[in-house]
Design a protein around this ligand. Structure first.
Ligand code: GDP
Length: 457
């Protein structure tokens, strides 16, 4: 029998309510021990929220007023019997209620243990369990949508499809290996390649989605640069106002860069504002420049802002030169003034669609910056919210391994090597994909995955 576990499921601190969750065979006995319904006990039916008190019978003491509910397994989150107690959201009340529960043959849950039980009972596969955490930690609408779709099993279904195609190939191979003398139609190498290549293509598509997936999950790293007074802060503010985003200041790691997080069109964006790159002999300032260049190298996108009311300066040209082969937007700001920079001045350095005109003052053109950022993340493709997307590094790693296995199998087939060797590679790909959904994952991997969860989830 599994231990019965309990933990506080709501965040620490003060709140309207705080919820304790209990899972396992002792959920109901514990509830009966510590909970006293306000009215008739018959109120405490399965899945019915019941008002009452938590009482410490030994001390004859009321711990808190609360609502309690019991949910009989297996149709629960963990697949086991589950009880929830909704106390007042005070750490004192929650702590006292929890220690009372622990006195009743219940132990503290480890991080992610509820979800781990959901996985072990087969209610979720491993990629869905991981999506639970992505849902909880989502920082943007898009990130939330992708995590929800993964939780719903979109990635699992894709992986399942690819694996069943591989299984067909494995069956063909095995039949040919095991019964070489029987009257079984021999699998031709050509047929085998035909079976493997659609899987290989599918893997490639998933791997290609990972870039977008990463940006949606972790945020697009955008670096803003430009000379002083071109309007960098004003543009940043205009973007923030447009999105009405909740801004969190991340203190810059250096005095030269400032970081802010926001969402643009539901995509999380981490903005770094650099001090600009100056050609200087000043040693201290040069260190700042080095950091700015580092910020350039880390950026998914660089936005160079120019003052449209002035002629291009030597420094502007140097920056344009630096950005020539980078993913960059060139924003000519102050378009409300008489423009002294035209598209033709910038064309030598950047693609037409990456040259934008704005006015931070009037708000003109701000949405064009947002359009371009959205385009970039989705590489111009219209991405349906429900299409499966790889957002998890562990998944990406396994997909790459499976792809490498299949490449190797393909080569072995092409070289006419023995079927045994091909079988090994195909089986390895099948296993690697299985690890994504937890079918072939070892206990160590499970521990590693669930240890990253928060307590009470
Ligand atoms: P930063 O040093 O690059 O961050 O530039 P600021 O955002 O501080 O702007 C410098 C000056 O330019 C301020 O006086 C702004 O009001 C002005 N400014 C910024 N954007 C515009 C614009 O689009 N049009 C006009 N006319 N002035 C602007």
């Amino acid at each position: 029998m599994e231990d019965t576990i309990a933990a506080i499921a709501t965040p620490f601190g003060e709140g309207g309510i705080g919820i304790i969750r209990i899972s396992g065979e002792r959920a109901l006995p514990v509830l009966e021990e510590i909970f006293e319904a306000a009215s008739d006990k018959s109120d405490a039916e399965n899945r019915m929220l019941c008002y009452g008190r938590i009482i410490d019978r030994k001390k004859d003491h009321v711990v808190d007023e609360c609502l309690a509910v019991f949910m009989k397994g297996p149709a629960t989150y963990t697949g086991e019997d589950v009880a929830e107690i909704h106390c007042h959201g005070s750490m004192i009340s929650l702590r006292n209620a929890l220690s009372l529960i622990y006195e009743n043959d219940v132990r503290p849950a480890e991080p992610g243990e509820f979800t781990k039980r959901a996985f072990l009972s087969g209610r979720l596969d491993l990629s869905q369990a991981e999506a639970v955490m992505d849902v909880v930690k989502a920082r943007s609408d898009r990130g939330f949508d992708v995590a929800m779709s993964q939780l719903g099993g979109s990635l699992s279904r894709s992986i399942g499809d690819l694996r069943s195609q591989l299984m067909d190939a494995l069956v063909d191979i095995t039949v040919n290996l095991d019964y070489p003398d029987e009257d079984i139609e021999e699998i031709t190498l050509h047929q085998l390649s035909d079976r493997i290549s659609p899987v290989s293509d599918g893997l490639e598509k998933l791997i290609a989605s990972a870039d977008t997936g990463r940006m949606i999950r972790e945020g697009l790293a955008v670096t803003i640069c430009g000379r002083p007074n071109v309007g960098k802060s004003s543009l940043l503010n205009a973007l923030l106002k447009q999105e009405r985003a909740i801004v969190t200041d991340i203190p810059g790691t250096t005095r030269d860069t400032i970081q802010e997080s926001m969402t643009i069109r539901g995509i999380p964006v981490n903005l770094t504002d650099t001090a600009g790159i100056h050609d200087t002999r000043d040693v201290v300032e040069q260190m700042g420049i080095q950091r700015s260049k580092d910020a350039f190298n880390r950026a998914d996108l660089i936005i160079l802002i120019l003052d449209g009311g002035e002629d291009l300066t030597e420094e502007d040209r140097q920056l344009l030169e630096l950005l020539r082969d980078r993913k960059a937007l060139i924003v000519i700001n102050k378009m409300d003034q008489d423009l002294r920079i035209g598209r033709e001045d910038i064309i030598p350095y950047a693609a037409d669609e990456d040259i934008l005109f704005t006015s931070a003052l009037t708000g003109d053109g701000i949405d064009r910056i947002e359009d371009r950022i959205e385009d970039m993340v989705f590489s111009g493709k219209v991405v349906q919210e429900t299409s499966e997307m790889v957002t998890n590094v562990r998944h990406l790693d396994l997909l790459r391994k499976a792809k490498a296995d299949l490449d190797q199998a393909y080569d072995a087939v092409a070289r006419g090597e023995p079927l045994e060797l091909v079988e090994l590679d195909v089986r390895s790909a099948w296993d690697h994909l299985g690890e994504i959904i937890g079918d072939t994952a070892s206990a160590d991997i499970l521990d590693e995955v669930f240890s990253r969860f928060c307590l009470g989830k």
